[in-house]
Design a protein around this ligand. Sequence first.
Ligand SMILES: [Zn+2]
Length: 271
Amino acid sequence: MRSIRRALIFLGFPTALLANPWAAVPGPTAGPPRVIGQTTNGCIAGAAELPTEGDGYLVMHLERKRYFGHPSLIRTIRTLGARAHEAIGVIQVGDLSQARGGPMPFGHRSHQTGLDADIWFNLDPGLFRNADRWRANIPAPSLLNRAGNGLNRRLWSRQHERLLKLAATIPEVDRIFVNAHIKRELCRTVQGDRSWLQKIRPWFGHDDHFHVRLVCPSDSPECIRQDPVPPGDGCDSSLSWWFQKHPPGPAKPAPPKPPMPEACQALLNGD
Ligand SMILES: [Zn+2]
């Protein structure tokens, strides 16, 4: 076994793939879709595949093969692409999940159950030219200024606000993670209907893409939903927290990682 592993490494097989069987499965399992566990500790049976391009969207980093998800996620992205196409342009879609979900060798802690997708903030059509040739290496520019203490005013636009609103108003969308500077900008500028701001949650990073998470689908009783987002637009002390200095507290030991749901192990080994 060890010599096979060494030979594969010698042949240029990424070691991370060998160490993580979830990244090396042959494809989704057959049968009806079924989300199991939490987005940070789970998997998905019967995942659907997002076509690598469609009306108003283009999937990036095809080599990662992370364009699988629950059919509700595939539908959500196609809907968002079609709506964005009319008003905004073509959106770039980053990682969804692996063919059977599960932990990834690099890049994310969540995205394990086919209910998460990253959408890049870049809306510059100039970057799409020859996209097929270099879709793997295309940059995802940050919307923050160089100091990282505010938005880059040359890049941030009302189109980003429109895109986030289109995404947040899709009923299956449970929440959307964005950088706190982006949330603050929306809190300051959105006029009229502000109810959709409730789903826009500040989080670390997320300055070059936003992260869409769906609710548990009704066909998946084993799906564990995150606590619901609190009521209100979130433009309150929970947002100002992100802009305060926090003195370093005593280092808390990381809680022990819960075991993966048993059904996931069976899924990994199944056909
Ligand atoms: Zn993400």
